[in-house]
Structure formats: structure tokens, C-alpha cells
Design a protein around this ligand. Structure first.
Ligand code: C5P
Length: 229
């Protein structure tokens, strides 16, 4: 089968995961959810009782980076086709999706050595899959600059918060619009302004603003570019 490497980067809550799943299903690719790796790293460090302040100790820091290079993570779809994430044998899929986990991931993600450790993990993952859709913040810029086609998705913070709010309400979960908006904005600010691998579109990325697009329209826009390639 022909090799294919597609990257999708973009801001928080913009729908990268949804697009990656649609692309992976239709074009027979494996998915790499790099955000899940950063989130899992935050959970892993929590389990090891390591807080950001502990990383001031060079010995602890070196040990942590070493452990992260081989973080015991596995991904598998359940019967419903929903990607499940396991840390060691524990299914951490629910824990992974919490906004508190995302915030912690974003704060660890500013540390260059942690990014380097996780970069190796991501590239190792790609070696096993000749057809891959990789989504995150630095897939097209840093992790896979050689990708055949790169997308960068963005939308207004208000539109993203509205989608997230609706999604939570539909699931019957507690939701506060202002809180969702503030957290999304805070995380985007942190991701765009870090020194290493900040969130920026790759120079050769196709930028799609999804503020006024639904899922089908966004996917159609992506496919149009894919077919033109
Ligand atoms: O994509 P997701 O929201 O799951 O990512 C959680 C956090 O992990 C992001 O806010 C970001 O700080 C970090 N991350 C990153 N680089 C990636 C993917 C995620 O820094 N490639």
C-alpha cells in the first residue's frame, strides 16, 4: 500500500481529533493523537508523584526524561471504534479527557527536554505505521516536517467554546460556558507562546478556519486539498 503521512495541527478544541478519525477511516491510516501522549505524560508524572517544581532537581529531571522516552502507552479502538488509551494496563481514556489533565499537559509541554523525550516516542510510533494521520500542535513543524500534506485548523475561541459547551450538555455533563472559554483561551495562549515548538502553522500548511464550518464542511475542505495533491 502507498505510504501516506498527513499532519493536522491547530488550536485546542478545534476538531483535529474528529478530522483525524474521519481521514484515518476513509484513507486507511493509523491515527497518532499526540495530545493524548502529552496528557498521558502528565498522568504518568502524577502517578510517580512528580510535580513541575520537582523537576528543578537535575537528578529527578534526568530520570523523568528517561522514563518518558519509554512511557508504557498503548492505543486500541474499542468495539464502537472509539480510541482507548492504556497506561501500563490501566485504561486512562476518561482521565485523559479532563480539562485539568489538559492544563497539566500544557504546563509540562513548555519544558524542552520533556518535548524531546516525547518526540522520540512519537517518531517511534510512526515507524510502525506507513500510513499515518498525526494530530497535535507541532506535527507539521517539528515532529514530521517531511509530511506529504499538512493542515492547520483554527476557529474563533467563542465558536470552539460553544461547540464544547453543546457537546457536554448533550452528554448530560455539567458545563459552564465562561469557564470553558477561559480555559481554551488560556491553553491556546500558553501553546502559542512557549519558546520550543510553539503552536504555529508550518510554512507549507493549508490553513482552514472552521469558525463557520460544520464537521462535514470541514472534512470536505480537507478532502478537496488532498485530492488536489
Ligand atoms: O491536543 P490536546 O488538547 O489533547 O493536547 C493537550 C496539550 O498537550 C496541549 O494543550 C499542548 O500543550 C500539549 N501538546 C503539545 N504538542 C502536541 C500535542 C499536545 O504541546 N503535539
Amino acid at each position: 500500500m502507498e505510504k501516506l503521512l498527513i499532519t493536522i495541527d491547530g488550536t485546542s478544541g478545534v476538531g483535529k481529533g474528529t478530522m483525524a478519525k474521519l481521514l484515518a477511516d476513509k484513507y486507511n491510516c493509523q491515527r497518532l493523537d499526540s495530545g493524548a501522549i502529552y496528557r498521558a505524560a502528565a498522568i504518568y508524572l502524577g502517578k510517580l508523584n512528580i510535580e513541575k517544581e520537582d523537576l528543578q532537581d537535575p537528578e529527578v529531571f534526568a530520570q523523568v526524561c528517561d522514563k518518558l522516552k519509554n512511557i508504557p502507552l498503548t492505543f486500541a479502538e474499542n468495539e464502537a471504534g472509539v480510541l482507548q488509551v492504556y497506561l501500563d494496563q490501566e485504561n486512562i481514556t476518561q482521565l485523559l479527557r479532563l480539562e485539568t489533565t489538559a492544563a497539566k499537559a500544557s504546563s509540562f509541554a513548555v519544558i524542552p527536554e520533556i518535548r524531546t523525550a516525547l518526540l522520540e516516542r512519537q517518531r517511534k510510533f510512526a515507524l510502525d505505521y506507513p500510513r499515518l494521520v498525526a494530530e497535535g500542535r507541532d506535527m507539521g513543524t517539528v515532529v514530521f516536517p517531511q509530511a506529504q500534506i499538512k493542515f492547520f485548523l483554527d476557529a474563533s475561541p467563542k465558536a470552539k467554546a460553544e461547540r464544547r459547551y453543546k457537546e457536554l450538555c448533550e452528554k448530560g455533563e455539567k458545563a459552564n460556558f465562561d469557564e470553558i472559554l477561559a480555559l481554551l483561551e488560556q491553553r491556546d495562549y500558553q501553546d502559542k507562546n512557549r519558546k520550543v515548538a510553539p503552536l504555529v502553522p508550518a510554512s507549507d500548511a493549508i490553513i482552514i478556519d472552521t469558525t463557520n464550518l460544520g464537521i462535514e464542511e470541514t472534512f470536505a475542505a480537507i478532502e478537496k486539498h488532498l485530492q488536489e495533491k
